[in-house]
Every structure is written in structure tokens, then in C-alpha cells.
Design a protein around this ligand. Structure first.
Ligand SMILES: Nc1ncnc2c1ncn2[C@@H]1O[C@H](COP(=O)(O)OP(=O)(O)OP(=O)(O)O)[C@@H](O)[C@H]1O
Ligand SMILES: [Mg+2]
Length: 317
């Protein structure tokens, strides 16, 4: 990693004027320059293509790539901690709860309970580890304006927790558009560190992007931005050893054999960057069926859980 004290001006080729332009376009660190496609730097700071490439190369050189042995990686993975969803059967299909160092994606139709699970996790995260929690607060990036503190109060009481304490430990950031959401994602790292947060939620990760980038012509740009945003979130999960949970919408997928069905929105980017995906669908009344899909190490499995006034619970067995 580059020295934290180093700034944009330390990158050879960047003078004060270019640095100012880059900062006003949202690039504050050497890392942000190293990770940005050089085309973006051209647009952001009015650089020539050649100069943008030269600056990216320098910034990448300044960030030393870290190599790890497989043994070290195993050691790091031993540090994975798990957060209870409130439902044992849902925890089971997730391999024992929502895991740290990973992105869990909750996918499903309108009203299926994605937000309910997120609100519930903000409460269970504050339980002590011996009760399945992580003993810390949460950052809730609310892209749809559906965070409900009243519901958090209700869920807290069902766990015998003081709602006032629980609410104080949930930081809600309303993301009004995709750029705002990306910016919050960039600030999240600092916030998680400073406030010792144990969970980051993005509900939903896709809605702002879908609303703003309409039509085939803008798809590539949308996917690039989404890619950076999700990479940022995954890094936070890894660096701080916490879970990141994102919700995703479904889009109709006409299937020639089985008729129309739903598939997760966001295409390959979200599919690739979420570590585990859970597809949720409605069952009878308050019951829901969750299915683990596309995980690289969890078996495909299904379970039933319930949404009640108490939050997320096991369904009838
Ligand atoms: N207090 C409560 N008691 C019982 N069930 C509740 C309560 N509050 C919400 N629900 C259930 O949760 C459902 C809403 O779920 P939620 O808002 O989490 O859906 P979502 O998947 O986030 O949908 P969207 O895609 O629209 O954001 C309601 O239809 C209801 O079944
Ligand atoms: Mg919702």
C-alpha cells in the first residue's frame, strides 16, 4: 500500500492544478487513481490520453501489490466470523450465518422481505458473539428510502435489547443517486474504522443505477461504476473482517423452456462480486423460501423462514 500520508501530488506527473481537478472529481487518494480506468481520468481532469495512462501506471507502481501464501490466506479465513439472521434454518444454508470478509446478496421480488432481513441484521449484529451477533453497530446505505427506525425498535424489543441503544449504533446514509451512493461507499471505510462498525448494508445496490442508466448505450458505463462500487464494498468486508449485505432486484428473464422467470438484476458484475447469493420467494402468508444460488463453496440449498412482528424467525418445521 502507498503511504497514507502521500497525496495525489506525490504521483509523478500530477501538479497542483491537475490534483485539484482530480479531487473535485472525487479522486482523493493514490489508490483511487490506480484503480480508475485511464479514460475516466481523461474526463475528470481534462488530461490527454497519454498522460492519463502514465499517471495510472505510476499510481499502480506506488501501490505495492501484496502477495500471500495459501497458508496465510487460510489463516486469514480462519478469522471469518458469522452473524445470525434470526432464523436457524437460514443461518444453516449460509454455512452458519452471514459471514465476514464477503458480500451476501439478497435477491427477490418486491415485498419478499429483503429490507426486513437487513433491518433485522442491524439488530442481531449488536448481539454479543455468544448470541450469534458481532457486538457492534451497522452502516445502512439506504438507496430506496425504506429504512424504518420504528421497525428496528420493534425487532430490538423482541431480542430484549434497548431500542435506544440499538438505534444509536446504526448509521443511516440515504443515497440519493448512484454517484452519491458511490461516494458513500468510498467514505464507508473510514466510518467503519472510526465507529468500529461490524456490518455494512446497501439496500438496494442496484436501484439508483437502474433508474439513471437507461438504454443499451449507457450499460457499459453503468456496469463500470457498479463494478467499482462493489469492489470497494468487498475490500471493506475483507479489510475489516465484517459482512457486507446488499439487496438486489429481479428482472424478468424469458426462458424458452420454462416460460418467463426472474433472474437477479445487474448482470455479471453483481453475480461475480457477490460471494454468496440468496434468492428469496414468497410462500404462504408470512413464510418465505430462501435458496442459496451461485455460491463458490456453499451447496445449493433451500429453507423456509418467517417474517413476523419480531423480525426474521424460523418457519414451522
Ligand atoms: N411488522 C411486521 N410484521 C410482520 N411482517 C412484516 C412486518 N413488516 C413487514 N413485514 C413483511 O415484510 C414485507 C415487506 O418486506 P420488505 O419491505 O422487506 O420487502 P423487499 O424485499 O425489501 O421489497 P422491495 O423490493 O420493494 O424493497 C411485507 O409485505 C410484510 O409481509
Ligand atoms: Mg426493500
Amino acid at each position: 500500500m502507498a503511504d497514507d500520508a502521500q497525496g495525489l501530488e506525490d504521483i509523478p506527473g500530477i501538479g497542483p492544478v491537475t490534483a485539484r481537478k482530480l479531487r473535485s472529481a472525487g479522486y482523493h487518494s493514490i489508490e483511487s487513481i490506480a484503480l480508475a480506468p485511464s479514460r475516466e481520468l481523461v474526463d475528470a481532469a481534462g488530461l490527454s490520453g497519454e498522460k492519463a495512462i502514465a499517471i495510472s501506471v505510476k499510481a499502480r507502481e506506488m501501490l505495492q501489490i501484496r502477495f500471500q501464501t495459501a497458508a496465510e490466506l487460510l489463516e486469514q479465513r480462519k478469522g471469518i466470523i458469522r452473524l445470525t439472521t434470526g432464523s436457524k434454518s437460514l443461518d444453516n444454508i449460509l454455512g452458519g450465518g452471514v459471514e465476514s470478509q464477503a458480500i451476501l446478496e439478497l435477491v427477490g421480488e418486491y415485498g419478499v422481505g429483503k429490507t426486513q432481513i437487513c433491518l433485522n441484521l442491524c439488530v442481531t449484529a449488536q448481539l454479543p458473539p455468544e448470541s450469534g451477533g458481532l457486538g457492534g453497530g451497522a452502516l445502512y446505505i439506504d438507496a430506496e428510502g425504506t429504512f424504518r427506525p420504528e421497525r428496528v425498535v420493534e425487532i430490538s424489543r423482541s431480542h430484549d435489547l434497548d431500542p435506544d441503544d440499538i438505534l444509536k449504533n446504526i448509521i443511516v446514509a440515504r443515497a440519493f443517486n448512484s454517484d452519491h451512493q458511490i461516494l458513500i461507499g468510498e467514505k464507508a471505510d473510514e466510518l467503519v474504522k472510526d465507529e468500529n462498525l461490524k456490518l455494512v448494508i446497501v439496500d438496494s445496490v442496484i436501484s439508483n443505477f437502474r433508474a439513471e442508466y437507461i438504454g443499451r448505450g449507457s450499460l457499459a458505463e453503468r456496469q463500470q461504476k457498479l463494478n467499482r462500487h462493489l469492489h470497494r464494498l468487498l475490500r471493506i468486508a475483507e479489510i475489516h473482517n465484517i459482512p457486507v449485505v446488499v439487496t438486489n432486484q429481479v428482472v424478468a428473464s424469458p426462458n424458452v423452456f420454462f416460460g418467463p422467470s426472474n433472474k437477479p438484476a445487474g448482470g455479471h458484475i453483481i453475480a461475480h462480486l457477490s460471494t454468496n447469493r440468496v434468492f428469496i420467494r414468497k410462500s404462504k402468508k408470512s413464510l418465505r423460501i430462501a435458496r442459496v444460488i451461485d455460491s463458490s463453496y456453499l451447496p445449493e440449498a433451500e429453507c423456509v423462514f418467517a417474517i413476523s412482528d419480531k423480525g426474521i424467525e424460523d418457519g414451522p418445521v
